[in-house]
Design a protein around this ligand. Structure first.
Ligand code: NAG
Ligand code: NAG
Ligand code: NAG
Length: 225
């Protein structure tokens, strides 16, 4: 094995070890996502379309024109604009979501495992917050008005509640092409199959009936996919 081959392998290993930690810096102008697995290279995301075949629509999405349907138990709906909707976002490390809130609607406590979020309020008044990690578990919260911006650091549990009598709309910008979402109640009480009630009874320090009740609820997912 020549020195240059070895250097190449070391570089490759470094590139992939970095890529597994977060969205990588783009290694080319763009990398439009395709599903063809025949002859493609995996780039910490989707396969890339031949750049010569890229079209304007690979970089376009009109889905945020339309308000999300907030007729659900939470009174909110998240409409994403990530690499699943915009294949041209592949490897670029950003995405958006539109969040609609009915009066008093809630985007319930959740985290994005792969992204920091910066939220801009387009309409309405939102009470928002996030909680820091252990051991402090400090709540950092604020009431936001139209035009205000708030940051939810990567991985931390956060929420938004519409505290106004009118609909509210916000745009969430996220530092990943595929930020992921874990809605806390849905994941803990609505997992399939269910987490053993023994686990949750001890974890939440409540009677088993409370856990049975929570596990029997229908946990609304306020996301379109
Ligand atoms: C890839 O395949 C999935 C599932 O079949 C589909 O929903 C998606 O639109 C496809 N993406 C592209 C860029 O073709
Ligand atoms: C990928 O390979 C399969 C099996 O060889 C073939 O049927 C398919 O047409 C190929 N896809 C493309 C886009 O070339
Ligand atoms: C909104 O969702 C509700 C409940 O699923 C449904 O009944 C209603 O038809 C939807 N409205 C629109 C405009 O799609």
């Amino acid at each position: 094995m020549g020195a240059s081959t070895l250097a190449y392998i070391v570089l490759l290993a470094m590139a992939f070890s970095v890529a597994s930690a977060s969205d990588p810096s783009p290694l080319q102008d763009f990398c439009v996502a395709v599903n063809d697995t025949n002859d493609s290279v995996f780039v910490n995301g989707k396969f890339c379309k031949d750049p010569k075949l890229a079209t304007p629509n690979d970089f376009f999405f009109s889905g945020l024109r339309v308000p999300g349907n907030t007729s659900n138990k939470l009174g909110s709906m998240v409409t994403p604009a990530n690499v699943a909707q915009i294949p041209g976002l592949n490897t670029l490390g950003v995405s958006l979501a539109r969040v609609d809130y009915a009066p008093y609607g809630l985007n319930p406590p959740h985290t994005h495992p792969r992204a920091t979020e910066i939220l801009t309020v387009l309409e309405g008044t939102l009470y928002v917050g996030f909680v820091t990690s252990n051991p402090d578990n400090r709540l950092i919260s604020k009431v936001l008005y139209k035009g205000d911006v708030f940051v939810f650091p990567q991985g931390l549990i956060h929420f938004q509640l519409n505290v106004g009598k009118t609909n509210a709309v916000a745009i969430a910008s996220l530092s990943s092409q595929n930020p992921g979402v874990i809605t806390i109640a849905n994941a803990v009480f609505g997992s399939k199959p269910a987490i053993s009630a023994d686990v949750l009874t001890k974890a939440f320090q409540v009677d088993k009936n409370v856990i049975n009740y929570l596990q029997s609820q229908f946990w609304t997912d306020n996301h379109t996919y």
